[in-house]
Write a protein that binds this ligand. Structure first.
Ligand code: FMN
Length: 396
Protein backbone atom coordinates (compact mmCIF):
# COMPACT_ATOMS: atom_id res chain seq x y z
CA UNK A 1 0.00 0.00 0.00
CA UNK A 2 1.35 3.44 -0.81
CA UNK A 3 1.66 5.89 2.07
CA UNK A 4 -0.02 9.26 2.06
CA UNK A 5 3.39 10.92 1.77
CA UNK A 6 4.34 8.83 -1.26
CA UNK A 7 0.99 9.69 -2.83
CA UNK A 8 1.65 13.36 -2.21
CA UNK A 9 5.10 13.13 -3.77
CA UNK A 10 3.46 11.44 -6.78
CA UNK A 11 1.06 14.33 -7.12
CA UNK A 12 3.93 16.79 -7.05
CA UNK A 13 5.71 15.06 -9.91
CA UNK A 14 2.45 14.70 -11.84
CA UNK A 15 1.91 18.45 -11.82
CA UNK A 16 5.41 19.19 -13.06
CA UNK A 17 6.74 20.25 -9.68
CA UNK A 18 4.47 23.23 -9.10
CA UNK A 19 6.62 25.41 -6.82
CA UNK A 20 4.01 25.71 -4.08
CA UNK A 21 3.38 21.98 -3.92
CA UNK A 22 7.02 21.02 -3.85
CA UNK A 23 7.72 23.40 -0.98
CA UNK A 24 5.00 21.82 1.17
CA UNK A 25 5.70 18.11 1.20
CA UNK A 26 5.00 17.69 4.92
CA UNK A 27 8.13 15.55 5.32
CA UNK A 28 8.23 15.91 9.10
CA UNK A 29 4.64 14.95 9.68
CA UNK A 30 3.58 11.53 10.88
CA UNK A 31 0.54 11.22 8.65
CA UNK A 32 -0.60 8.11 10.51
CA UNK A 33 -1.22 10.18 13.63
CA UNK A 34 -5.05 10.42 14.00
CA UNK A 35 -4.62 14.19 14.33
CA UNK A 36 -4.04 14.27 10.57
CA UNK A 37 -7.17 12.27 9.72
CA UNK A 38 -9.45 15.30 9.49
CA UNK A 39 -8.62 17.38 6.41
CA UNK A 40 -10.96 20.29 7.05
CA UNK A 41 -13.07 21.91 9.75
CA UNK A 42 -16.10 19.80 8.87
CA UNK A 43 -14.12 16.60 9.49
CA UNK A 44 -13.12 17.99 12.89
CA UNK A 45 -16.76 18.82 13.52
CA UNK A 46 -17.76 15.17 12.85
CA UNK A 47 -15.04 13.90 15.17
CA UNK A 48 -16.05 16.30 17.95
CA UNK A 49 -19.67 15.24 17.65
CA UNK A 50 -18.70 11.57 17.96
CA UNK A 51 -16.52 12.24 20.96
CA UNK A 52 -18.79 14.47 23.02
CA UNK A 53 -21.79 13.67 25.18
CA UNK A 54 -24.87 14.71 23.11
CA UNK A 55 -25.73 17.34 25.73
CA UNK A 56 -22.27 18.92 25.49
CA UNK A 57 -22.46 18.73 21.70
CA UNK A 58 -25.74 20.64 21.67
CA UNK A 59 -24.26 23.29 23.93
CA UNK A 60 -21.30 23.69 21.57
CA UNK A 61 -23.13 23.63 18.29
CA UNK A 62 -26.52 25.13 19.04
CA UNK A 63 -27.95 28.59 18.52
CA UNK A 64 -30.97 30.31 20.02
CA UNK A 65 -34.70 29.90 19.30
CA UNK A 66 -35.25 29.01 15.59
CA UNK A 67 -31.50 28.93 14.87
CA UNK A 68 -32.25 31.04 11.81
CA UNK A 69 -29.20 33.26 12.43
CA UNK A 70 -27.10 30.11 12.78
CA UNK A 71 -28.08 28.90 9.31
CA UNK A 72 -27.79 32.42 7.88
CA UNK A 73 -24.20 32.75 9.11
CA UNK A 74 -23.12 29.88 6.86
CA UNK A 75 -25.55 30.50 4.01
CA UNK A 76 -24.37 34.08 3.52
CA UNK A 77 -21.00 32.83 2.25
CA UNK A 78 -22.76 31.10 -0.64
CA UNK A 79 -23.89 34.51 -1.86
CA UNK A 80 -20.37 35.88 -2.00
CA UNK A 81 -18.43 35.14 -5.16
CA UNK A 82 -14.66 35.49 -5.35
CA UNK A 83 -13.28 37.33 -8.41
CA UNK A 84 -9.83 35.74 -8.84
CA UNK A 85 -6.98 37.63 -10.51
CA UNK A 86 -4.72 35.66 -12.86
CA UNK A 87 -1.01 35.91 -13.65
CA UNK A 88 -0.09 37.68 -10.44
CA UNK A 89 3.17 36.43 -8.92
CA UNK A 90 2.06 34.60 -5.79
CA UNK A 91 5.24 32.58 -5.30
CA UNK A 92 5.49 34.20 -1.83
CA UNK A 93 2.26 34.49 0.08
CA UNK A 94 2.26 36.70 3.15
CA UNK A 95 -0.75 36.40 5.47
CA UNK A 96 0.68 38.68 8.16
CA UNK A 97 -0.87 41.87 9.46
CA UNK A 98 -0.43 44.43 12.21
CA UNK A 99 -3.19 44.93 14.74
CA UNK A 100 -2.89 47.56 17.49
CA UNK A 101 0.83 47.74 16.89
CA UNK A 102 1.36 43.96 17.20
CA UNK A 103 2.39 41.83 14.30
CA UNK A 104 0.28 38.72 13.73
CA UNK A 105 1.31 35.99 11.30
CA UNK A 106 -2.23 35.50 10.04
CA UNK A 107 -5.62 37.18 10.41
CA UNK A 108 -7.34 34.44 12.44
CA UNK A 109 -8.12 35.18 16.09
CA UNK A 110 -9.39 32.79 18.76
CA UNK A 111 -12.75 34.04 20.03
CA UNK A 112 -13.83 33.79 23.65
CA UNK A 113 -15.92 30.74 24.49
CA UNK A 114 -17.32 30.00 27.94
CA UNK A 115 -17.96 26.48 29.14
CA UNK A 116 -14.90 24.88 27.53
CA UNK A 117 -14.72 22.34 30.36
CA UNK A 118 -17.84 20.73 28.93
CA UNK A 119 -15.78 19.79 25.85
CA UNK A 120 -12.34 19.16 27.34
CA UNK A 121 -11.09 19.35 30.93
CA UNK A 122 -8.98 22.44 31.45
CA UNK A 123 -10.04 23.62 27.99
CA UNK A 124 -9.12 27.27 28.50
CA UNK A 125 -5.50 26.29 29.19
CA UNK A 126 -5.41 23.91 26.21
CA UNK A 127 -6.47 26.77 23.96
CA UNK A 128 -4.04 29.23 25.54
CA UNK A 129 -1.13 26.78 25.05
CA UNK A 130 -2.19 26.18 21.46
CA UNK A 131 -2.36 29.95 20.87
CA UNK A 132 1.21 30.21 22.16
CA UNK A 133 2.51 27.52 19.78
CA UNK A 134 0.47 28.75 16.82
CA UNK A 135 1.25 32.42 17.57
CA UNK A 136 -2.43 33.26 17.47
CA UNK A 137 -4.17 36.08 19.29
CA UNK A 138 -6.36 34.56 21.98
CA UNK A 139 -9.34 36.32 23.55
CA UNK A 140 -9.53 34.53 26.86
CA UNK A 141 -12.46 34.03 29.19
CA UNK A 142 -9.89 34.09 32.00
CA UNK A 143 -7.90 31.79 34.25
CA UNK A 144 -4.70 31.69 32.20
CA UNK A 145 -2.60 33.94 34.48
CA UNK A 146 -0.23 31.21 35.72
CA UNK A 147 0.37 29.99 32.19
CA UNK A 148 1.11 33.50 30.97
CA UNK A 149 3.49 33.99 33.86
CA UNK A 150 5.31 30.76 33.00
CA UNK A 151 5.94 32.13 29.47
CA UNK A 152 3.86 29.37 27.85
CA UNK A 153 0.71 31.40 27.41
CA UNK A 154 -0.34 33.21 24.24
CA UNK A 155 2.06 35.96 23.19
CA UNK A 156 -0.88 38.24 22.56
CA UNK A 157 -4.08 37.90 24.54
CA UNK A 158 -7.13 40.00 25.21
CA UNK A 159 -9.39 39.59 28.21
CA UNK A 160 -13.13 39.20 27.80
CA UNK A 161 -15.61 41.09 29.93
CA UNK A 162 -19.38 41.17 29.69
CA UNK A 163 -19.76 44.03 32.13
CA UNK A 164 -19.58 42.32 35.53
CA UNK A 165 -16.13 43.83 36.11
CA UNK A 166 -17.34 47.28 35.07
CA UNK A 167 -20.14 47.77 37.59
CA UNK A 168 -18.47 50.55 39.55
CA UNK A 169 -15.29 52.55 39.48
CA UNK A 170 -13.54 50.53 42.17
CA UNK A 171 -14.21 47.13 40.58
CA UNK A 172 -13.37 48.50 37.12
CA UNK A 173 -10.07 50.01 38.23
CA UNK A 174 -9.00 46.81 39.98
CA UNK A 175 -9.92 44.82 36.86
CA UNK A 176 -7.93 46.96 34.45
CA UNK A 177 -4.96 47.22 36.78
CA UNK A 178 -4.73 43.45 37.06
CA UNK A 179 -4.81 43.15 33.27
CA UNK A 180 -2.30 45.91 32.65
CA UNK A 181 0.09 44.39 35.20
CA UNK A 182 -0.16 40.91 33.71
CA UNK A 183 0.71 41.80 30.11
CA UNK A 184 -2.77 41.72 28.64
CA UNK A 185 -2.86 43.35 25.19
CA UNK A 186 -6.48 44.44 25.08
CA UNK A 187 -9.97 44.17 26.53
CA UNK A 188 -12.85 42.66 24.60
CA UNK A 189 -16.21 43.95 25.84
CA UNK A 190 -19.04 41.66 24.71
CA UNK A 191 -22.23 43.70 24.53
CA UNK A 192 -24.77 41.28 23.10
CA UNK A 193 -25.30 39.12 26.18
CA UNK A 194 -27.06 41.43 28.60
CA UNK A 195 -29.83 38.82 28.80
CA UNK A 196 -29.22 35.14 28.26
CA UNK A 197 -31.23 33.90 25.29
CA UNK A 198 -33.38 30.82 24.90
CA UNK A 199 -31.05 28.13 23.64
CA UNK A 200 -33.75 25.62 23.15
CA UNK A 201 -31.55 22.56 22.59
CA UNK A 202 -30.13 23.15 26.07
CA UNK A 203 -33.59 23.76 27.50
CA UNK A 204 -34.95 20.53 26.05
CA UNK A 205 -31.85 18.69 27.31
CA UNK A 206 -32.32 20.21 30.78
CA UNK A 207 -28.71 21.30 30.82
CA UNK A 208 -27.42 22.61 34.11
CA UNK A 209 -25.47 25.61 32.93
CA UNK A 210 -22.97 25.36 35.78
CA UNK A 211 -21.85 22.02 34.31
CA UNK A 212 -20.34 23.89 31.43
CA UNK A 213 -18.03 25.67 33.82
CA UNK A 214 -17.01 22.69 35.93
CA UNK A 215 -17.39 19.90 33.34
CA UNK A 216 -20.33 17.74 32.39
CA UNK A 217 -20.73 14.99 35.00
CA UNK A 218 -20.37 11.42 33.69
CA UNK A 219 -23.60 9.55 32.96
CA UNK A 220 -24.57 6.68 35.29
CA UNK A 221 -24.89 3.06 34.14
CA UNK A 222 -28.39 3.84 32.84
CA UNK A 223 -27.00 6.66 30.74
CA UNK A 224 -28.55 9.32 32.98
CA UNK A 225 -26.97 12.59 34.04
CA UNK A 226 -27.78 13.96 37.51
CA UNK A 227 -31.00 15.96 37.69
CA UNK A 228 -30.31 19.63 36.97
CA UNK A 229 -30.79 21.84 40.03
CA UNK A 230 -31.20 24.99 38.01
CA UNK A 231 -32.02 24.20 34.38
CA UNK A 232 -32.70 26.87 31.77
CA UNK A 233 -36.45 27.63 31.65
CA UNK A 234 -38.75 29.49 29.29
CA UNK A 235 -41.49 31.91 30.27
CA UNK A 236 -39.59 33.96 32.82
CA UNK A 237 -39.85 37.71 32.41
CA UNK A 238 -36.39 39.23 31.81
CA UNK A 239 -35.28 41.64 34.51
CA UNK A 240 -32.01 42.14 36.33
CA UNK A 241 -31.43 43.39 39.86
CA UNK A 242 -28.93 46.07 38.84
CA UNK A 243 -28.70 48.39 35.83
CA UNK A 244 -26.98 46.98 32.77
CA UNK A 245 -23.98 48.51 30.96
CA UNK A 246 -24.61 51.37 28.54
CA UNK A 247 -22.48 53.47 26.16
CA UNK A 248 -21.45 55.44 29.24
CA UNK A 249 -19.92 52.24 30.67
CA UNK A 250 -17.83 51.89 27.52
CA UNK A 251 -16.54 55.48 27.83
CA UNK A 252 -15.67 54.92 31.50
CA UNK A 253 -13.76 51.74 30.70
CA UNK A 254 -11.88 53.40 27.86
CA UNK A 255 -10.95 56.33 30.12
CA UNK A 256 -9.74 54.06 32.91
CA UNK A 257 -7.28 51.95 30.94
CA UNK A 258 -4.29 52.27 28.66
CA UNK A 259 -5.32 49.04 26.93
CA UNK A 260 -7.27 49.11 23.69
CA UNK A 261 -10.93 48.23 24.25
CA UNK A 262 -12.74 46.43 21.46
CA UNK A 263 -16.50 45.91 21.42
CA UNK A 264 -17.86 42.52 20.41
CA UNK A 265 -21.39 41.99 19.17
CA UNK A 266 -22.02 44.98 16.89
CA UNK A 267 -24.42 44.38 14.00
CA UNK A 268 -25.50 47.83 12.77
CA UNK A 269 -23.63 50.78 11.32
CA UNK A 270 -25.10 53.24 13.86
CA UNK A 271 -23.63 51.23 16.76
CA UNK A 272 -20.30 50.89 14.94
CA UNK A 273 -20.20 54.68 14.74
CA UNK A 274 -21.10 54.97 18.45
CA UNK A 275 -18.19 52.65 19.28
CA UNK A 276 -15.80 55.06 17.55
CA UNK A 277 -17.39 58.02 19.35
CA UNK A 278 -17.08 56.35 22.76
CA UNK A 279 -13.41 55.53 22.26
CA UNK A 280 -13.43 51.83 21.30
CA UNK A 281 -10.27 50.88 19.41
CA UNK A 282 -11.94 48.15 17.41
CA UNK A 283 -15.17 46.22 16.95
CA UNK A 284 -16.15 42.65 16.27
CA UNK A 285 -19.17 42.34 14.03
CA UNK A 286 -20.79 39.29 15.58
CA UNK A 287 -24.03 37.56 16.51
CA UNK A 288 -22.36 35.66 19.38
CA UNK A 289 -22.34 32.56 17.19
CA UNK A 290 -26.13 32.97 16.74
CA UNK A 291 -26.50 32.09 20.40
CA UNK A 292 -28.11 35.33 21.52
CA UNK A 293 -30.70 37.23 19.46
CA UNK A 294 -32.12 35.18 16.59
CA UNK A 295 -33.26 36.56 13.20
CA UNK A 296 -30.51 39.13 12.90
CA UNK A 297 -28.94 37.80 9.73
CA UNK A 298 -25.31 36.89 9.18
CA UNK A 299 -22.31 38.86 10.46
CA UNK A 300 -20.86 39.03 6.93
CA UNK A 301 -24.10 40.67 5.78
CA UNK A 302 -23.77 43.34 8.49
CA UNK A 303 -20.04 43.78 7.90
CA UNK A 304 -20.19 46.25 4.95
CA UNK A 305 -22.41 48.76 6.78
CA UNK A 306 -20.20 48.58 9.87
CA UNK A 307 -17.04 49.02 7.80
CA UNK A 308 -18.62 52.01 6.07
CA UNK A 309 -19.72 53.56 9.37
CA UNK A 310 -16.30 53.43 11.05
CA UNK A 311 -14.74 54.81 7.88
CA UNK A 312 -11.26 53.41 8.51
CA UNK A 313 -10.96 54.99 11.98
CA UNK A 314 -10.69 51.66 13.83
CA UNK A 315 -10.20 48.04 12.76
CA UNK A 316 -13.32 46.00 12.14
CA UNK A 317 -13.15 42.30 12.96
CA UNK A 318 -15.87 39.76 12.25
CA UNK A 319 -16.92 36.30 13.40
CA UNK A 320 -19.66 33.76 12.78
CA UNK A 321 -19.62 30.73 10.53
CA UNK A 322 -16.04 31.00 9.22
CA UNK A 323 -15.05 27.43 8.33
CA UNK A 324 -12.94 27.79 5.18
CA UNK A 325 -9.99 29.78 3.92
CA UNK A 326 -12.32 31.14 1.24
CA UNK A 327 -14.72 32.37 3.97
CA UNK A 328 -11.84 34.27 5.55
CA UNK A 329 -10.83 35.71 2.20
CA UNK A 330 -14.41 36.93 1.69
CA UNK A 331 -14.51 38.54 5.15
CA UNK A 332 -11.24 40.38 4.50
CA UNK A 333 -12.46 41.47 1.06
CA UNK A 334 -15.55 43.01 2.67
CA UNK A 335 -13.27 45.14 4.84
CA UNK A 336 -12.54 43.08 7.95
CA UNK A 337 -8.99 43.42 9.29
CA UNK A 338 -9.14 39.92 10.75
CA UNK A 339 -11.59 37.12 11.37
CA UNK A 340 -12.35 35.40 14.68
CA UNK A 341 -13.43 31.80 15.16
CA UNK A 342 -14.93 29.82 18.04
CA UNK A 343 -16.61 26.54 17.07
CA UNK A 344 -13.83 25.45 14.69
CA UNK A 345 -11.20 25.49 17.42
CA UNK A 346 -13.67 24.01 19.91
CA UNK A 347 -14.12 21.07 17.52
CA UNK A 348 -10.34 20.65 17.43
CA UNK A 349 -10.11 20.92 21.20
CA UNK A 350 -12.93 18.42 21.79
CA UNK A 351 -11.21 15.92 19.49
CA UNK A 352 -7.54 16.32 20.47
CA UNK A 353 -7.13 19.04 23.12
CA UNK A 354 -4.33 21.54 22.49
CA UNK A 355 -3.03 19.74 19.39
CA UNK A 356 -6.48 19.82 17.83
CA UNK A 357 -6.69 23.60 18.29
CA UNK A 358 -3.26 23.98 16.68
CA UNK A 359 -4.18 21.75 13.76
CA UNK A 360 -7.44 23.62 13.14
CA UNK A 361 -5.49 26.88 12.99
CA UNK A 362 -2.96 25.29 10.67
CA UNK A 363 -5.69 24.01 8.34
CA UNK A 364 -7.44 27.36 8.20
CA UNK A 365 -4.32 29.43 7.71
CA UNK A 366 -2.99 27.14 4.98
CA UNK A 367 -6.40 27.11 3.26
CA UNK A 368 -6.34 30.89 3.42
CA UNK A 369 -2.81 31.09 2.00
CA UNK A 370 -3.65 28.59 -0.74
CA UNK A 371 -6.74 30.52 -1.77
CA UNK A 372 -4.86 33.81 -1.66
CA UNK A 373 -2.46 32.19 -4.10
CA UNK A 374 -5.28 30.97 -6.33
CA UNK A 375 -7.05 34.34 -6.21
CA UNK A 376 -3.92 36.32 -7.12
CA UNK A 377 -3.53 38.21 -3.84
CA UNK A 378 -0.01 37.68 -2.45
CA UNK A 379 -0.62 39.63 0.77
CA UNK A 380 -3.49 40.90 2.88
CA UNK A 381 -3.04 44.47 1.61
CA UNK A 382 -3.95 43.22 -1.88
CA UNK A 383 -7.31 41.94 -0.65
CA UNK A 384 -9.95 44.57 -1.30
CA UNK A 385 -13.63 44.92 -2.04
CA UNK A 386 -13.12 44.20 -5.73
CA UNK A 387 -12.08 40.65 -4.87
CA UNK A 388 -15.71 39.67 -4.19
CA UNK A 389 -19.17 40.37 -5.47
CA UNK A 390 -22.52 39.42 -4.05
CA UNK A 391 -24.18 36.84 -6.30
CA UNK A 392 -26.69 39.44 -7.47
CA UNK A 393 -24.08 42.15 -8.11
CA UNK A 394 -22.81 42.46 -11.67
CA UNK A 395 -19.53 44.03 -12.60
CA UNK A 396 -19.94 46.04 -15.81
C1 FMN B 1 -19.66 27.15 23.24
C2 FMN B 1 -19.57 28.63 22.97
C3 FMN B 1 -19.39 29.50 24.04
C4 FMN B 1 -19.29 30.87 23.81
N1 FMN B 1 -19.06 31.71 24.86
C5 FMN B 1 -18.87 33.04 24.64
C6 FMN B 1 -18.53 33.91 25.70
O1 FMN B 1 -18.37 33.50 26.84
N2 FMN B 1 -18.36 35.23 25.41
C7 FMN B 1 -18.52 35.73 24.14
O2 FMN B 1 -18.36 36.93 23.91
N3 FMN B 1 -18.83 34.91 23.12
C8 FMN B 1 -19.01 33.59 23.34
N4 FMN B 1 -19.30 32.77 22.29
C9 FMN B 1 -19.41 33.32 20.93
C10 FMN B 1 -18.07 33.32 20.22
O3 FMN B 1 -17.14 34.13 20.86
C11 FMN B 1 -18.21 33.80 18.77
O4 FMN B 1 -18.79 35.08 18.74
C12 FMN B 1 -19.00 32.87 17.84
O5 FMN B 1 -19.15 31.57 18.33
C13 FMN B 1 -18.32 32.84 16.47
O6 FMN B 1 -18.96 32.01 15.59
P1 FMN B 1 -18.41 30.54 15.21
O7 FMN B 1 -18.58 29.71 16.43
O8 FMN B 1 -19.30 30.15 14.08
O9 FMN B 1 -16.98 30.71 14.82
C14 FMN B 1 -19.40 31.38 22.49
C15 FMN B 1 -19.58 30.49 21.43
C16 FMN B 1 -19.65 29.13 21.65
C17 FMN B 1 -19.82 28.20 20.48
Amino acid sequence: MISRRQAFRGLVSMFGAAPWLSSQDGANINWDDPLYGPINIFDFRDLAKKKLDPMAWDYLEGGSEDEQALRDARDAFKNLIIRPRMLVDTSKIDTSLTLFGKKLEYPIILDPAGGKNCFFRGGELEVAKAAHNAKALHITNGGIDDLVESGKGPDTWWQLTTGGNLMNKQIRKAFVKRLEDSGCAGICFTVDIMHVSHRERDMHNKLERAWCESGLPPRDTNGQLPKAKNPWRAGIYPSRSSPLPTWETLSELVNDTKLPVIVKGIMIGEDAERCVKHGAKGIIVSTHGARQMDHIGAPVEALPECVKAVNGKIPVLVDGGFRRGTDILKGLALGATAVCIARPYLYGMAAFGQRGVERVLELLRTELALNMGLAGVPNVAAIDRSLVRWRWEHKA
